[in-house]
Design a protein around this ligand. Structure first.
Ligand SMILES: [Ca+2]
Ligand SMILES: [Ca+2]
Length: 495
């Protein structure tokens, strides 16, 4: 049963708890920055959604009829394959490969060599002794197979998997296929497949899948095995934006490791943003603390080669959590939080990085309006106006009336973002219910199957919406064992 609890738990709360429990240091503080005292710099009016850095994207889906909604149209049936209505992952239909060996394929011509593609899809089996496979072969002009890449599924509920590969020399075509060996005679199910060309580093657009990484930063900088584990996990889950918690030590003591980490991520098409934030950084007397962190990142980027630079600064400053001040005078707190962003944007101007913050899903409520710069409107609108993009903490596992609540709760923010040329990235929560502040906040008990359905529903609902900047998952959580990294395929299925 879902609890219908209004629980505005924050990233920061989870962050503080995680750091507190792990005994890791919080962010270092230091004195203010004189740059910000120059009023000419504090314009706050310049919108820069395009950082000017290598901004990249995925191409169109090259697979025809990728969700089997048109049965097996465009697919060549290699045997034992049909379309079924249950279990479908998305839409009304999926492909089933019945007991015995079988599969279906399609050939995509006009493929250059040396190009990177991302293959992803959802798969399941009727018995875990069998394996459902989605594959893509590099073919030469004569249909000889030059290289193979596969995704393998062994769970009885749908899983999402992803991999990236680069076409080998001589490639002229790709053959994408679904397949099952004879094995145990179980059924394999495949749905919602995708094959897209990738170039450069992920931009903030509908193809984003972001993931916050909090307490693992030091270990992934120090330990090559931990770093490989993170990169492999990102590839498997299709994560192409890492929101990496960064403190002063990471920028200085681990300077060379951090540069190496970023360049390795970029080589995989992954965007990397430097995350920091405390709840009081939005208050006037603490503005200098948050701004100093931005300056530290700008300094770091200034000493880095082009492929070693952060792509953005991302701050998690949830001013509503200054509870006494917030309850006493919300308008004042909101004004100070907006003034902070104006200073931050001025500081970021010309750096080539984006500036983003995370906001809770309920900021669009009618009680959160404020007059700022003589304009009276919703706090969330003022925020979206100023930020290059926004991570929406759309933390609810609720499903009713045929839709995920998270889809509905992102609508007004995404609609407004489209009006002002910004992007909203819709985040879901996976950390344990105790840390999250309630089981209805997180997909922890529901597991991967429901999480992936909710993520897919968000992408499907907002596909093509100008204000949609993809999805996000909070958070990696390997070190604590309480979040995405260790999320089971299914604990309790609420769907
Ligand atoms: Ca489908
Ligand atoms: Ca839950």
């Amino acid at each position: 049963m879902k609890k219908f609890v209004h629980a505005p738990l924050s990233l920061g709360m989870a962050f503080s708890l995680l750091f507190g429990l792990s005994g890791l240091p919080s962010h270092g503080y230091a004195a203010g920055n004189d740059l910000l005292l120059n009023p000419e710099i504090i314009s706050g009016s310049t919108d820069r959604t395009d950082s000017g850095a290598a901004a990249l994207n995925l191409g169109d889906n090259l697979i025809a009829n990728p969700g089997f909604e048109d049965n097996l149209a465009s697919w060549t049936n290699w045997g034992n394959t049909s379309s079924v209505t249950s279990p479908a992952f998305a839409g009304a239909k999926a492909a089933r490969i019945a007991s015995g060996e079988g599969g279906a394929g399609q050939i995509i011509p006009g493929i250059p060599s040396g190009t990177t593609y991302v293959l992803s899809g959802h798969g399941s089996v009727s018995a875990g002794t069998d394996t459902a496979i989605v594959g893509v072969d590099c073919l030469d002009a004569n249909n000889n197979v030059l290289a193979k890449n596969t995704l393998r599924f062994n769970q009885t509920l749908y899983e999402f998997k992803s991999t990236a590969f680069t076409t080998v020399p001589g490639t002229a075509k790709l053959q994408v296929y679904i397949y099952k060996n004879a094995d145990s005679g179980a059924n394999a199910f495949l749905d919602d497949l995708s094959l897209k060309a990738r170039s450069g580093v992920q931009a903030i657009n509908k193809d984003v899948k972001a993931m916050w990484v909090w307490q693992e930063t030091t270990s992934v900088l120090e330990d090559s095995a931990e770093r490989s584990t993170l990169f492999q996990f990102a590839q498997d889950k299709g994560v192409n934006v890492l929101l990496l918690a960064i403190n002063k030590t990471h920028l200085t003591t681990y300077n060379s490791q951090l540069k190496q980490f970023i360049s390795q991520a970029h080589a995989k098409g992954i965007r990397v943003e430097a995350v920091s934030g405390e709840i009081d950084w939005g208050l006037t007397d603490k503005h200098s603390v948050g701004l100093e962190r931005i300056t530290d990142v700008i300094t770091f980027n200034g000493s880095a080669a082009s492929n070693e630079k952060f792509d953005g600064v991302h701050q998690d400053i949830e001013v509503y959590r200054n509870k006494t001040l917030w309850n006493d005078n919300k308008a004042l707190v909101m004004e100070q939080a907006l003034a902070y962003i104006d200073k931050a944007k001025a500081l970021m101007s010309g750096t080539g990085m984006t500036y983003a913050q995370d906001i809770p899903r309920w900021y669009d409520g009618p009680e959160y309006t404020v007059t700022y710069n003589s304009v009276d409107k919703g706090f969330y609108k003022h925020l979206i106006d100023r930020l290059d993009w926004v991570g929406l903490m759309d933390y609810t596992d609720r499903y009713s009336d045929g839709q995920w609540q998270a889809v509905r709760d992102a609508q007004s923010e995404i609609d407004y973002a489209a009006q002002v040329g910004k992007k909203i990235t819709v985040g879901l929560e996976t950390i344990d219910p105790v840390t999250a502040g309630g089981d209805s906040v997180t997909f922890y008990e529901e597991g991967l199957d429901d999480l992936d359905r909710a993520l897919a529903a968000i992408k499907a609902h907002y596909d093509g919406h100008a204000g949609f900047g993809g999805v996000a998952v909070h958070s990696y959580g390997k070190q604590k064992g309480n979040a995405y990294y260790s999320l089971p395929v299914k604990a309790v299925n609420h769907y």
